[in-house]
Design a protein around this ligand. Structure first.
Ligand code: V47
Ligand code: SF4
Length: 398
């Protein structure tokens, strides 16, 4: 897909003067201010923000578009917190309808991937007392003992804050314990919207913005990497989004530990916010573009395809996005429960590569830390590869 060229934007004599000043800064590689971030939301139409974002994306990554081969594992879909946007919290009252895996059951899931060329397991789920510091330390150790090269990307500050408090250890001590147990990186979840005006209403009770940021900071201090998300498109205003990204940009200036920013589109099925309409595709693309422009110290912007559909993910590659997560193999149902179009979120490597190439980008398989695993530019898929494990596994459990 072809976006408006940045030269066309710059040469437009009718361009608003504030937007012209922002475009000049972007071309010069300068950082925009919080006020200018808000101006982008107020005045920047899709063609304008898309042109700026694509300029930055191509300057940083050319046509490269990254994905990895991963699978998701969720210890439980029951949670004692009551975030209003989440389909898990309602299950605490009807616990028997959910699942709570034991250590053996979780290791069984890991083992189902033994002959598959996945490089990462992404572990995230609800918060329950039995999943404590001891449980997760043992889980990480067991995964590493079984498959040392599998990258463990696990849990968010929501779980860490809970288990460290319960285990009476500081954030710094706790993160060191996780590192020693085998944790390789931290995914970006649990961030939602940082500003208390919104956070208290939709995610009251779980870790605060400062606690979320502090746990990432401790992790970065150990020399380790993590991601950051933002749940947008519900009751927040545009300035809350800029405030959220500003807090991330500040921490990133200090630590440099974030790899990727992932705007997560709010989906309204099966939760207490079903009355809140979802954002339009235009708004989703503007969100990707503005995050690419604002977060000048983040290397990557990711579109999480199960939440926005494959078509929107494809278009997003022209609006600042350079990463579309992975083959995923979601063994559970968090995204389907929240209203994702994807009934069984899994794409084969072949499908992902095709999706990227169809819009004229280069498909690059990466590992979690963005080391290149394979450049698919000239790769022609042989039929046998489909059977050798380049496809995804079917859904393996409940
Ligand atoms: O924190 C929950 C979100 C997140 C809904 O780091 C919802 O690579 C939309 O963080 N509508 C967890 N979103 C997922 C996550 C993630 C996903 C993919 C990649 C990475 C990464 C991280 O899911 C939660 C919450 O913000 N979520 N309910 C919903 N109704
Ligand atoms: Fe629990 Fe996370 Fe859902 Fe909140 S978003 S209810 S913390 S699983």
């Amino acid at each position: 897909m072809q976006t408006t060229n940045i030269e066309t934007i710059l040469q437009n004599p009718k361009l608003d003067k504030d937007l012209k000043a922002i475009a000049d800064k972007v071309v010069a590689g300068e950082r925009i201010s919080e006020a200018e971030g808000n101006t982008l939301f107020d005045k920047g139409d899709l063609a304008y923000v898309g042109a700026l974002a694509n300029f930055i994306r191509e300057k940083r990554h050319g046509n490269h578009t990254y994905f990895n081969r991963n699978f998701h594992m969720e210890p439980t879909n029951v949670c004692l917190y009551t975030c209003t946007f989440c389909s898990y919290s309602r299950l605490i009252k009807k616990r028997e309808e959910g699942w709570e895996y034991t250590m053996d059951e979780m290791m069984d899931i890991i083992k189902q991937y033994d002959d598959k060329p996945v490089t990462e397991v992404h572990i995230v789920g609800g918060v329950l007392p039995q999943y404590d510091l001891k449980f997760y330390s043992e889980l990480f150790q067991n995964i590493k003992a079984h498959r040392p090269e599998l990258h463990v990307k696990a849990l968010t500050p929501v779980e860490y804050h809970y288990i460290f408090k319960k285990g009476k250890v500081s954030y710094a001590e706790g993160m060191k314990m996780m590192l020693d147990a085998g944790l390789d990186s931290m995914p970006g979840g649990g961030a939602e919207i940082f500003h208390p005006e919104i956070r208290d209403e939709i995610a009251g009770g779980k870790c605060s913005a400062d606690q979320w940021l502090e746990i990432h900071e401790e992790w970065h201090k150990l020399g380790m990497r993590s991601n950051a998300t933002m749940l947008y498109g519900h009751i927040e205003k545009h300035w809350h989004r800029i405030d959220h990204m500003e807090r991330l940009r500040k921490l990133q200036d200090q630590t440099g530990g974030f790899q990727t920013f992932i705007p997560l589109k709010f989906r309204n099925q099966n939760n207490q916010m079903s009355h809140v309409p979802e954002s339009t595709v235009i708004e989703d693309l503007r969100m990707y573009a503005i995050s690419r422009i604002y977060l000048d110290n983040f290397d990557h912007i990711k579109a999480y395809w199960p939440m926005i559909s494959r078509n929107t993910a494809q278009i997003a590659l022209a609006f600042g996005v350079d990463d579309i997560d992975g083959t995923i193999d979601d063994t559970t149902k968090i995204y389907t429960m929240a209203g994702s179009e994807e009934q069984t979120p899994a794409m084969s490597t072949m499908q992902l590569v095709k999706l990227i190439k169809e819009v004229g980008r280069k498909a690059i398989e990466r590992d979690t830390l963005y080391n290149v695993v394979k450049d698919y530019t000239d790769h022609v898929f042989e039929e046998e590869e489909v059977y050798r494990g380049y496809t995804s596994l079917p859904v393996v459990n409940k």
